[in-house]
Ligand binder design. Structure first.
Ligand code: LFR
Length: 465
């Protein structure tokens, strides 16, 4: 059988990738074409994303992909959520802000002053995160000059095709989507004095957004359609998480660990609000009932600080194996402590939380981080189970974290549940499966798509000890 090929643009908070994925004989295989660094850049007015560089890398990566695989049929784009670019007359008004920028505090106060959080939660179903788009909009002085506000994947799709849309899974992270109807909550938008005219038409994953603008088609070397996928990276990751039953929880672990369940209906109870669980929209109208836990961010920022101190690159596998030797009896800290959110000296901030319990050597300090993340994962799985009244019998851990065996084992040990790790590239796989399905090259239901993933990517199993 000839393979059907698709291109995935998958942007994470620390790196972006362009990948080719091929479907043939009931398998889906990946080829990495280009990986490029990403991260916060400090400007005079705060933390931003280096958007021009990202876009250039995407276009160059797509051109490479088409050179390697002329049979590519379409392009899908996913990224982290909540951040956006403002457009006026089709031009970007400013470089998009990074969600870790700390300018949003007054926005939170203003929004909650107008719509108390309990009401907000009943309307949008979102956990409180200080960077949710609606808080960012409130403090963005340029919003009044804009004629469109596009989340990052939608912004890229617009620059590629010329069409402005809001893909629904990611739109659900703005806080402005009605959790019950999945439409813009126009009354909420009005109460918050956000100009409704900046909110584009909503589209579902699988919709053809448009075809490449002629000048980009010429650079990339093909006249390809851009198809909306689960453009929120976590939505794409959940598509390709090989959940086998309603009793499986998932952890999509990269910079963040997104811990939760896939549900048919939102849970917006007082208890869910108090536990800070979110009801983000998944592909095919499923609900991603989950909680954000600080994931590998804590480790990568720590390693970054140590590397700056040493002036050399740290061998991470070596550090983790040394950490494995130290034993699990290390002090724990709250991985979700708000003081750990911004970039900066992570070891010092963690040490401040641990006080005189802080381990002195780097391996034990690393172990403390890994065990604290795992403990937060286990707590979130338990909370998801209690809040949704569902028994959980296994955890699927996907994304970059699935390669960290110390973290996978610690999560199994602390939750008392088997952890099934992988695929590491769940997000890119989910991105492509939705494109392939839209083009008739993959089966119709999420369950069938997940069976395709389990056939191709056998998970690594960690039993609780
Ligand atoms: C993961 C993620 C989370 C979102 C956070 C910020 O990459 O998309 O789901 O809460 O980034 O956008």
């Amino acid at each position: 059988m000839t393979a059907r090929a698709f291109a995935a643009v998958d942007l994470g908070a620390t790196s972006g990738r362009v990948m080719i994925e091929r479907l043939a004989d009931g398998r889906v295989d990946l080829e990495l074409v280009r990986r490029f660094p990403n991260g916060p850049v400090e400007r005079s007015d705060g933390l931003h994303w280096h958007f021009d560089a990202l876009f250039e890398n995407i276009v160059a990566g797509l051109a490479d992909a088409v050179r390697r695989e002329p049979a590519i049929e379409s392009i899908g784009i996913d990224s982290w959520a909540v951040d956006y670019g403002l457009l006026h007359g089709g031009a970007l008004l400013a470089e998009p802000f990074h969600y870790r920028d700390e300018r949003t505090a007054p926005g939170v106060e203003q929004v909650h002053g107008i719509v108390p959080f309990a009401e907000l939660y009943r309307r949008n179903g979102l956990q409180f995160l200080p960077f949710n788009t609606l808080y960012q909009y409130r403090v963005d002085p340029r919003l009044v000059d804009a004629d469109a506000a596009l989340l990052i994947p939608d912004l890229i799709a617009y620059l590629l095709t010329g069409r402005q849309v809001a893909e629904r899974t990611n739109a659900s992270t703005t806080g402005l989507l009605d959790v019950h109807t999945s439409e813009w909550d126009t009354e909420l938008v009005e109460r918050l004095s956000i100009p409704a005219s900046v909110l584009p038409e909503l589209v579902d994953p699988g919709t053809v957004i448009g075809t490449l603008r002629p000048e980009l088609a010429a650079r990339i070397g093909a006249d390809l359609p851009v198809i909306a996928v689960g453009s929120h990276d976590t939505a794409s990751a959940v598509v390709a998480t090989p959940l086998t039953s309603a009793n499986s929880a998932y952890i999509s672990c990269g910079t963040w660990g997104l811990v939760g369940l896939e549900l048919a209906d939102p849970v917006v109870t007082d208890a869910a609000r108090q536990a800070n669980f979110t009801n983000e929209l998944g592909v095919d109208g499923r609900i991603r009932f989950l909680h954000n836990v600080a994931g590998l961010w804590l480790l990568s920022e720590t390693v970054r600080a140590w590397e700056a101190e040493d002036g050399t690159v740290i061998d991470l596998p070596r550090l983790l194996s040394d950490a494995a030797e130290t034993g699990a009896e290390v002090p724990l800290f709250d991985a979700n402590d708000p003081t750990l959110s911004a970039p900066g000296d992570m070891p010092a901030r963690i040490a401040a939380l641990l006080g005189d319990r802080a381990p002195t050597g780097r391996p034990a300090f690393t172990r403390s981080i890994v065990e604290s993340i795992a403990a937060a994962f286990a707590d979130a799985v338990q909370a998801a189970s209690a809040l949704s009244q569902r028994d959980i019998d296994s955890i699927h851990l996907v994304g970059g974290g699935s390669l960290n065996s110390l973290l996978c084992q610690a999560t199994a040990d602390r939750s008392g549940l088997p952890v099934l790790a992988g695929p590491v590239e769940a997000t890119a796989l989910g991105n492509v499966l939705v494109q392939a399905r839209a083009r008739g090259a993959a089966p119709a239901t999420l369950e069938e798509l997940r069976r395709l993933i389990s056939r191709t990517h056998e998970p690594v199993s960690y039993r609780p000890r």
